[in-house]
Write a protein that binds this ligand. Structure first.
Ligand code: ZN
Length: 337
């Protein structure tokens, strides 16, 4: 069964992943950077949070980095000998769909073999407790959905590695798919197991290493669209040069426009200076929002500069986010002091 489209089956996989993660992830982290948090800032943030009903969060790769996922967008950004950015375009897929699929099959495998971290769980919990909390995420790794973030409050700006769609623009076929490998042609080659491979990479050779030989995959070996049968399936992510999903942008605009007041905008693990975060800070401020940036880079300030009442928390999102949201969500299991 190469293309599992049966909802029950997907739900079962999801449930298994959630159960597995809930059991293991919260006990494996060390809280190393907790001591560096400015407690006065935390207290003032907590005070504001307690009176908040409308919060917008913008999430980026820095949220998932503590889970152990490579981002490919940072300095270098190489996958094998390829600039990862050069693989993420419709042109690259047209030229060599097998190669682009090998890259995405690898990313799906990596994402399925790491766990959501406490920040994903904390944000999911806030969403469950606060109907006026909306999240806009640039992450395609599926970690927020796996942490139980309610889908109606989670807007995926760049799509998902686990949505598959038809490569034809004239066909609107979409499916949810967690198969790993995505298809037999993408099964990593058997070979000598890399003794340095970590648990994330598992026991197969690490195909991100260009010295591991990887046979090319012809277009004909990729699954074709079961709906139109005229094109192959492709990852349901937004590639460079493609427009962002209109329904997602529209939903976030509706959220901002219909809110009488927005109390807070949280920018987590992504630069608040550049799009998309930069484009939302201004409109949120005009609705009264104070800005909170949580990032590893202490120099990351919002476009337009800091204002009185904003917060910057520098460090590991997996440590900071649960601590900051504690007045509303309480302690996550395994995180009690
Ligand atoms: Zn199709």
């Amino acid at each position: 069964m190469r293309l599992r489209r049966y909802h029950d089956h997907v739900k079962l996989i999801y449930k298994t992943l959630v159960a597995r993660n809930t059991k293991t992830q919260l006990h494996t982290r060390t809280m190393t950077s907790a001591a560096t948090i400015n407690e006065q800032d935390v207290a003032s943030f907590h005070k504001h949070l307690r009176g908040s009903t409308h919060i917008l969060a913008l999430l980026g790769a820095g949220l998932s980095a503590p889970s152990g996922l490579p981002t490919f967008r940072g300095a270098g950004g190489l996958w094998r000998t390829h600039d990862a950015v050069s693989l993420a375009s419709p042109e690259a897929f047209e030229a060599d769909p097998g190669l682009v699929w090998q890259f995405y099959n690898y990313r799906r495998h990596m994402a399925l073999n790491v766990n959501p971290n406490p920040a994903h769980y904390a944000l999911a919990e806030l969403a469950k407790r606060m109907p006026g909390f909306a999240t806009l995420s640039q992450n395609v790794d599926g970690l927020s959905p796996r942490a139980g973030h309610p889908p109606e409050q989670l807007h995926l700006l760049h799509g998902s590695l686990f949505q598959i769609k038809c490569a034809s623009e004239r066909c609107d076929y979409v499916e949810t798919n967690f198969d790993d490998p995505f298809c037999e042609a993408l099964r990593p080659p058997e070979g000598i197991i890399d003794p340095t491979a970590n648990s994330v990479r598992g026991t197969a050779p690490d195909i991100s290493d260009a010295s591991v030989s990887l046979p090319s995959v012809p277009r004909s070996a990729l699954p074709s669209c079961p709906s139109c049968k005229s094109d192959v399936l492709r990852p349901g992510v937004v590639w460079f040069g493609e427009p962002l999903p209109e329904d997602v942008l529209g939903a976030v605009d509706d959220y901002i426009n219909s809110a009488e007041k927005i109390d807070l905008i949280m920018v987590i693990g992504t630069s608040s200076k550049v799009q998309p975060a930069a484009g939302y800070v201004g409109p949120a401020r005009r609705k009264g929002a104070r800005v909170c940036v949580i990032n590893m880079d202490p120099n990351d300030g919002p476009s337009g500069g800091w204002r009185k009442g904003d917060w910057m928390f520098t460090g590991d999102a997996a440590v900071l986010v649960p601590k900051l949201l504690e007045p509303v969500i309480g302690s996550l299991p395994g995180q009690e002091d």
